[in-house]
Design a protein. Sequence first.
Length: 308
Amino acid sequence: MNTLPPGGVIPELFHGLFDDAAVFPPGNLPVVDAVPAHRLHRAAWYAEAVGPLLCGAGRLGELAAAVANSPETAAAQGRAAGADGSVAAGGRPLKVGLVLPGGSTELAPALAAAAPFELAGVELATRDAAEAVAALDRLLPPDVPAAVELPRELLRGDGLDAVLDVLVDSPYRAKFRTGGLVAEAFPDEDELASFLTGCARRGLPYKCTAGLHNAVRHTDPETGFEHHGFLNVLLAAQETDRTAAAAVLAERDGEVLAKAVRALTDRQVTVIRNSFTAFGTCSIAEPLGDLAALGLLSSPSPLHQEDR
């Protein structure tokens, strides 16, 4: 059984799960504020749960300026910072994940613009999986991971199998959009289950984005949108049967999900995280707070507003 570690230790199930998407909707944190906030996350007791700072291709210049003008960089200059001022305090580059909504045409210029940072990954949106794979094969440094996202309308019916078959023969992950700013952006349980089990049967890793700020499936009281819970997705990630996965995704009782998490074996945790690698969230504190409320995480200090 997967026992919980003592307070202040992040369980393996949540390592690197929360990519910092603070600058994206609905958070829309200004880049100049997102940089110091991300550095606080990376220095906090929960740092093991935090992935890279996600940045769109069109905002890399803004990000570089924010890093160069930050107090941490000013303090580091003269010790380890480069002439462009892009190095974080202590001489470590900022770890950045590139998000390319414009497809493979953005890839080459974005890689060049990201040179001052530690490139943690690339997320490439496309309508042609094979073309995206070819572009990544041609341009992406071999040690940089990537994920390929196709519009959900192209993943329905036979389209899903066709896309996943292309990606499973590549070194790249799939990416699936689990929410957005309108109700139609949220897939139902069956649609998401089809994607999860299609990946599970192929051994294809994936990440998700949007709408997964909370641990448990729920209806947002302000918008009425149906949000998937990231605990639901984690537990469904081990399923290869679509009906079983959909049932897990539909569960709204946090205690039921928490009990299932506590019962996971180390092997199950490995299977789950080899499948579901990360998701983008505009709040880091919110998902951690949910885990603490469910007794799945014991924090040595409270999650303050400035951690968000």
